[in-house]
Design a protein around this ligand. Structure first.
Ligand code: ADP
Ligand code: MG
Length: 896
């Protein structure tokens, strides 16, 4: 509405709430005033951002004809629909995160899944099962997901149960992922129509060239998705150049739970990037690189050769620090070519965007020269693929001024000399202004009014202004237009005529400039596929160079990638904890799992001597774990196990240890070096992690049910090539139930699946299992005991733990001393099997209240200063380690 965007009725109410606008109304006097809210047009970006963040779709209506020429109401049209999944504007996107739009189409027993990143043009289709759908959505975290309207209620036949299940899963998942569900009419999903639409967009006769099965539900999903995007964008979308098939078998499959519990790209509790593996790995210098790194981490490879190619490149770059630095310097100076190209493709690139695009292209020749003549295959291939796009660059550089504006509506976009007609119009406009100045001088002379001035406003255009005192001197040919307090304003036919010329010239210059700019943008858009390829090369070079920096900075080693299912890592560190703890404090550990091939056996023996030395001189002589039942390392190497049962007290580091084995596998398969001294890593087809009891109450399932569902899934889906890490399964039920389940699960994984398995458990009973399982071993975490004082060494050593130290931890946690003492007595009795004839423990008599009084004095009677300190602890913000430290400090205070 002129200079304002306005909203009415319900929209106005929503906007007022979401954007904090004042809700007013139109037709106030009437019985039915219309609710109304609005904001000035230049504030659009900020308000759009808020709307989209709130998960709201917004249709933008613009005036599409010149209000001056319009008869009656100015014509308006929807020019763009902005939705969370279809963003391309920089202001609305996080530069380091991809923004996906997904589409799900249920078809009998399969589900079609397509996804598009409009801001890069990447468009992918696949078919999935219901379980796989959950995994893929967890991986993509789409901002928005398109589904057929009413698909859960529709056709109650044999299939409706499956569909109902699918839609329930999808709904609950989308709400956890915070993504918007968009329903589209069923006719958007008619398979033939969908195929036709895709063919028309790609101007292809068949989809064979894309290596896609045209009848698959994935293709239908892709077609429906494309329709939605065409409708919301109202642009050509030339940067969407192909539809890629996605095959799970070419990637390391990581299911939803595993992804979450390993905290690959965000943390489990807060869902933030900080604290995740991605966060510690990200050394990229461009947003394109940051997004690609996240993509690599979310989709590690399984092809040994492909992984080696990446590792070769990382190795070459880490060995040549100068090369790495120089490449990164160039990359850093460029702009986000991928998203710039997308904005060109959707017709939304500003003059400044094109300027940035040309500047980025200008950096390429240097970059290409640096990449030339490298050893590694991948760097050579990237060099060859790097299209400098000199024609595009020249076209833009010749046209645009050096500092192009953001807006296309104010002129000043194109260089003088670029277009003759434009130059002429500009001269005319400028000349017209000169004429006005001369005319003013002439009129001052003619009328003898020294302070006669020529002014301009939007309503009257140019006018002659005379002070009231001089009005008598005004000649007869002046036509009075307006009387102000102290001035009179006039026009003359001569002035009007020139005004027309000037304004027309100015207007024509601006609209010609707009046209020429649009043509330029379209010419550039025609090269979108080349620009996209170049952007992809830049992103890859950035990621490889970043991985090299990471490796050098933190002393990572190149993993040896093997086909056989082995995991042999020396001095492995947890990539995140290693960085969060003060340098040198993290205790590295070895991982040895799998069926040793001849080659790796040799490697083992070579390493083992040094390990033995380190261990024997390690902990002090009094160390109990050291002195008890450790298998000699030599026997261990002879029979490498596929399954390790890891026991250790709480807080000893068992969870950390088993997670790091999975994390390093994933890092290696994405092509990264790993935090270890040496590593030989056999390709895993899947990684499963069942870690900790996560709170799934929000999903309406009991924790134990969730745990068993996940366990079932692992047992059903794991293969001999998988890596399984289990953290305390069977804890959500009674002890005997739990132990029995854990026991049977362990046997099954060992006997039937034969996958590499790390199982951390507090059930010591399970350590007995290794006596019957051929290829299983007990390991535990070394503990240093000195009387009552216990120190966790975080060192993983062979053998079963013989104590759980739970009572010790309870004391650390501040359980009253009398309770701790009582627990110790009960434990001793239980461990000694002191049961009476009715099977009840023969526990010594309970202490009376009088006897405990003395010990409770601290927290009872008088006020103790420590109490206040404890009350003020900000427990929500503390890590377990910090909490322990704090406890330690409090205790020291108490002992002083
Ligand atoms: P568990 O699962 O055995 O109860 P965690 O693996 O959760 O123990 O580790 C508890 C804490 O111990 C971690 O938060 C970390 O601070 C510390 N920790 C674990 N492993 C190590 C290690 N290898 N080196 C140093 N500190 C460690
Ligand atoms: Mg644990």
């Amino acid at each position: 509405m002129g200079d304002f965007y306005e909203l009415f009725y319900e929209d106005a109410e929503i906007a007022a709430r979401t954007l904090g606008l004042t809700l007013t109304s139109r037709d106030k006097g009437s019985t039915n005033p219309i609710p109304m809210a609005g904001f000035p047009y230049h504030a659009l970006d900020g308000y759009l951002q808020k709307l989209v963040r709130a998960g709201i779709r917004a249709a933008i209506c613009e005036q599409v004809e010149d209000p001056k020429k319009a008869k009656g109401l100015v014509k308006r049209e929807v020019t763009q629909v902005v939705t969370p999944g279809t963003l391309v504007d920089d202001a609305l996107l996080d530069p380091r995160e991809s923004n996906f739009l997904a589409c799900v189409f249920p078809d009998r027993d399969r589900l079609g899944l397509a996804w598009l990143e409009l801001s890069s043009g990447r468009f992918v289709a696949t078919d999935v099962t219901l379980n796989e759908l959950a995994d893929e959505l967890a991986r993509l975290r789409p901002a928005e997901c398109v589904v057929p309207e009413g698909w859960e209620g529709e056709d109650r036949g044999a299939r409706s149960a499956e569909r109902g299940k699918a839609s329930t899963t999808l709904n609950s998942q989308l709400s956890t992922l915070n993504s918007l569900l968009t329903e589209r009419p069923p006719w958007s999903f008619v398979p033939n129509e969908c195929r036709r639409r895709l063919l028309a967009h790609f101007q292809a006769a068949t989809l064979d060239g894309f290596d896609l099965d045209a009848d698959s539900p994935g293709v239908t999903a892709a077609g429906a998705l494309l329709e939605y995007v065409q409708e919301t964008q109202k642009a050509a979308l030339g940067h969407i150049t192909r539809l890629e098939p996605y095959r799970r078998s070419t990637h390391l499959v990581i299911d939803e739970t595993t992804r979450a519990s390993l905290e690959l790209t965000r943390t489990m509790r807060e869902g933030r990037r900080e604290g995740s593996l991605l966060w510690v790995m990200d050394e990229t210098v461009t947003p394109m690189g940051a997004r690609l790194l996240s993509d690599w981490l979310s989709n590690p490879l399984v092809d040994v050769e492909a992984i080696r190619r990446r590792l070769d490149a990382v190795e070459e770059l880490s060995a040549d620090a100068v090369l790495g630095r120089e490449l990164r310097e160039q990359l850093e100076r460029g702009y986000d070519l991928e998203r710039l190209t997308a904005r060109v493709g959707t017709g939304r690139a500003s003059p400044r965007d094109l300027g940035c695009l040309a500047r980025t292209l200008a950096l390429l020749p240097k970059l290409k020269a640096k990449l030339a003549g490298r050893r590694s295959e991948l760097l050579c291939a990237l060099e060859a693929e790097l299209d400098l796009c000199p024609d595009v660059r020249a076209d833009v550089e010749q046209a645009l001024v050096d500092e192009p504006p953001l807006a296309t509506t104010e002129g000043g976009i194109l260089r003088p000399g670029f277009h003759a007609a434009l130059d002429e119009l500009r001269d005319l406009a400028r000349g017209g202004k000169e004429w006005i100045a001369a005319y003013q001088a002439r009129e001052v002379q003619r009328t003898g009014i020294p302070n006669l001035k020529i002014g301009f406003n939007r309503v009257f255009g140019y006018y002659l202004e005379v002070t009231a005192a001089q009005a008598a001197k005004v000649p007869a040919d002046y036509i009075r237009k307006q009387t102000l307090k102290n001035q009179e304003r006039y026009v003359t036919p001569e002035l009007k005529e020139h005004e027309d010329k000037v304004l027309r010239a100015e207007e024509s210059a601006v609209s010609l400039e707009q046209e020429l700019f649009q043509a330029l943008r379209e010419r550039v858009a025609a090269h979108a596929p080349r620009l996209k390829q170049t952007a992809s090369v830049l992103a890859q070079v950035d990621v490889l160079a970043a991985l090299a920096v990471l490796a050098v900075k933190h002393n990572y080693c190149r993993p040896e990638i093997a086909e056989d299912p082995i995991l042999d890592i020396r001095d492995a560190r947890h990539p995140v904890l290693d960085r969060l703890q003060p340098s040198g404090e993290f205790v590295p550990n070895d991982v040895m799992l799998g069926v040793a091939g001849r080659e790796s056996e040799r490697a083992n023996i070579e390493h083992s001597t040094s390990n033995i030395e380190r261990r024997t001189q390690g902990p002090p002589a009094k160390d109990k774990a050291q002195s008890t039942k450790h298998a000699p390392l030599s026997t261990l190497n002879a029979q490498l196990s596929t399954l390790i049962l890891l026991t250790g007290p709480n807080l000893a580091g068992t969870s950390t240890y088993i997670r790091q084995a999975a994390l390093l596998t994933i890092m290696a398969q994405m092509g990264s070096f790993v935090p270890a001294r040496a590593a030989r890593i056999g390709i895993a087809d899947r990684v499963f992690a069942r870690v900790g009891a996560s709170d799934e109450l929000g999903k309406g399932q009991s924790t134990f049910m969730v745990e068993m569902t996940e366990t079932a899934r692992i047992l059903n889906a794991a293969t001999r090539r998988s890596l399984v890490i289990l953290d305390e399964i069977g804890r959500g039920t009674s002890t005997y139930d739990g132990i029995s389940l854990a026991w049977a699960v362990t046997e099954y994984l060992h006997d039937m699946v034969g996958c590499r398995t790390l199982f951390a458990t507090h059930y010591h009973e399970l350590t007995e299992l290794t006596q019957t399982l051929k290829s299983a071993a007990n390991w535990n975490v070394a503990v240093h005991e000195d009387g009552e004082q216990i120190k966790f060494l975080h060192k993983i050593v062979p053998g079963a733990a013989d104590k759980s130290y739970g009572i010790h931890v309870a004391r650390l946690a501040g359980v009253p001393p009398s309770v701790v003492e009582r627990a110790r007595v009960v434990l001793e009795t239980l461990e000694a099997d002191h049961l009476d004839e009715r099977g009840r423990p023969k526990v010594p008599e309970r202490p009376t209240r009088a006897r405990t009084q003395r010990q409770l004095a601290l927290f009872g009677g008088e006020h103790h200063p420590l109490l206040d300190e404890i009350r003020e602890l900000n427990l929500e913000q503390m890590t377990p380690a910090a909490a322990l430290q704090e406890l330690q400090r409090l205790r020291e205070k108490l002992e002083r």
